[in-house]
Design a protein around this ligand. Structure first.
Ligand SMILES: [Zn+2]
Length: 103
């Protein structure tokens, strides 16, 4: 299990595995039950909260599972990341594991 410090994620761009940019991590919210949520500020200034369970990888970007990727049958793990070798859906532009661009 990898662990991260606040400095590792705050200010980074949040990108869905589909390639959609969600915004930038503004802060980290945690509760006493052990939950961690990223507070993300979009380009329009609106804040949204993304639970850490949706985060699939952190590198130069924070990569989160997109809504579309959750659709049954929408994803086929037919390719592997050219950086880390993780299996990934062919249509996803960002590796869910290491967060690197596949283009
Ligand atoms: Zn990767």
């Amino acid at each position: 299990m990898r662990s991260f410090k606040k400095e590792d994620v705050v200010g980074k761009t949040v990108i869905e595995t589909s390639g959609a940019v969600k915004g930038k991590v503004k802060d980290i919210i945690f509760d006493l039950g052990g939950g961690v949520t990223f507070l993300v500020q979009g380009a329009d200034g609106k804040e949204s909260q993304i639970p850490i369970s949706k985060v699939t990888g952190i590198s130069e970007h924070v990569v989160v599972r997109g809504e579309a990727a959750a659709e049954p049958g929408a994803s086929t793990y037919g390719t592997t990341c050219r950086f880390c070798g993780a299996s990934k859906p062919a249509e996803e532009r960002w590796c869910p594991s290491c967060g690197r661009s596949q283009t």
